[in-house]
Design a protein. Structure first.
Length: 501
């Protein structure tokens, strides 16, 4: 069946909006890349989800482009304008600015008042797939996030098509209402009832504990830590969602990227979800994972890749020589629900694809993480300082690091020039994507087993397990260290890494 868009009904809504409906996440040509200065406006926009218009946030340039493309070796000169009637502040996730420009309210700078603007200016040393998102309240849940791509000037002459996709989980509900429900001991989803009265949910939970056919044959093709999975299944999903989005769109109306026959494509994929880990499923294609969190790794070939909250995957695809159409999916862990986009040659026929996978997938684990090896690892060096961060929870949806919630926490102290190791010990029944601001770290141990893993900025710590990271203390300041599950962070799961002066 030939695909026909349903988004035209939004035209009348968009005509009265401050921005056009669902501004494209496609990026400008090289000639239009951010060079001397750019403006990012924080405003609202209208998208369609499940046939309904939804007002969400946007991070757009004056021409309507959502997000930003720039180039390593330049300076990051961006004017952030707040056009909302509420405070906000944006974090440049994956970049390593001076700490006063990191975009964390009250830690690095005060929130940006309505109508106010702030000028950011710092060097861009590394290329990579990054993103920007609100670090103020629960605004990120309302899609206040966008890609931030830093291209490598050394790759300017290569014949590779960039395809940039930001994934998100979407709800029509007020995020504050969701959090209040979680704190009250309920579930974050609409229409939640006790699990014993939801046989379908129980069946999916039990199914997911067992290895899933086609998803259990090693990292890059599946695989997981089954002990952690069993411990965490009951607590796997805190929030029920109305839809999952890829560049603001569901599989009812996916974005179609036209590609060359036999061409090479670089997928720059961003898990911008607030509370959802995915499996990235290339379907009939096989790809080479060449970077995580914007940092290069020794290529890992596969069709399915674990994809935790806030992480990024760069995957190279060599397309078949003939005409064709290839859907690419992100499947919610533990379920069949999925979103995605489509790659299609100029004459490729785009047909509808199902909104659910044929079978539920496993929980995201660390099988892939164990295989990753950085191509630019840290120099071999003993740690000068070691910290342990123990993850616990308490009734009332309170999430703690080292026995304290954010605000009552004791900072982790470091000194400039040190090699620092942090071991996360997760004593809860959920895995947690832990993100360190202002630095890139190397994964050096999982459950006490040492290895020289990937360099990244966000790592999944398994339920009842541990992960050790190492980094060089070369960016003085006060830096956030937190779980990137938005509702866990709002529940207190954040501390700081602070340099001795």
């Amino acid at each position: 069946m030939q695909y026909t868009s349903r988004r035209q009904f939004l035209a009348s809504v968009a005509a009265t909006s401050a921005l056009v409906a669902a501004p494209s996440l496609l990026f400008p040509t090289r000639a239009a890349l951010a060079a001397s200065a750019s403006t990012i406006r924080v405003d609202t926009r209208v998208i369609e989800v499940n046939g309904r218009a939804a007002t969400v946030f946007g991070l757009t340039q004056p021409d309507g482009t959502h997000g930003l493309v720039t180039e390593a070796g330049q300076r990051f000169r961006v004017r952030l304008e707040n056009r909302l009637d509420e405070e906000t502040l944006i974090h440049w996730h994956g970049l390593t600015p001076p700490w006063q420009q990191d975009g964390v309210p009250q830690l690095s700078q005060p929130p940006l008042a309505p109508g106010a603007a702030y000028d950011y200016d710092f060097p861009l040393d590394r290329p990579g797939t990054n993103w920007m998102h609100s670090h103020h309240g629960l605004q990120e849940q309302r899609l206040m996030a966008a890609p931030l791509i830093v291209r490598d000037p050394a790759e300017a002459g290569t014949d590779i098509q960039d395809v940039v996709v930001l994934f998100h989980d979407f709800t029509f509900r007020d995020p504050d209402e969701i959090l209040a429900g979680l704190r009250g001991g309920g579930h974050g989803g609409a229409g939640h009832v006790a699990a014993e009265h939801r046989p379908g949910l129980l069946r999916r939970m039990m199914e997911t504990v067992m290895p899933m056919r086609g998803m259990d044959h090693g990292a890059g093709h599946g695989g997981m830590d089954h002990g952690a999975m069993g411990a965490g299944m009951v607590h796997l999903h805190d929030v029920d969602y109305d839809a999952f989005l890829a560049n603001d769109r569901t599989l009812d109306d996916p974005e179609v990227f036209r590609v060359e026959r036999g061409g090479r494509v670089r997928l720059r994929l961003i898990n911008g979800a607030t509370a959802t880990n995915f499996w990235l499923d290339l379907g009939r294609l096989e790809g080479r994972l060449v970077a995580v969190d914007g940092m290069p790794v020794a290529p890992v070939t596969g069709r399915r890749f674990e994809f935790a909250i806030a992480q990024r995957l760069d995957i190279l695809l060599d397309l078949p020589a003939g005409e064709g159409t290839w859907p690419v999916f992100a499947v919610r862990e533990g379920e069949r629900a999925r979103t995605g986009f489509i790659l299609a040659t100029p004459r490729g026929t785009v047909e509808r694809v199902a909104g659910d996978a044929a079978e539920p997938v496993q929980a995201v684990g660390l099988a892939l993480e164990r295989r990753l090896r950085a191509t630019q690892p840290l120099a071999l060096q003993e740690a000068d300082r070691r910290h342990t961060v123990t993850i616990t929870e308490a009734p009332g949806y309170i999430w703690m690091l080292n026995g304290a919630s954010h605000g009552d926490h004791a900072p982790l102290d470091v000194r400039a020039g040190e090699r620092v190791e942090i071991t996360f010990n997760d004593q809860t029944t959920m895995a947690h994507p832990m993100h360190l601001h202002g630095h890139h770290f190397q994964v050096v141990a999982i459950n006490g087993e040492r290895f020289a893993g990937a360099v990244r900025d966000t790592v999944l710590v398994p339920a009842r397990g541990s992960v050790t990271i190492a980094f060089d203390a070369t960016n003085p300041g006060k830096w956030a260290l937190h779980c990137h599950h938005l509702y866990h962070m709002a529940g207190g799961m954040m501390t700081t890494v602070e340099y001795d002066t």
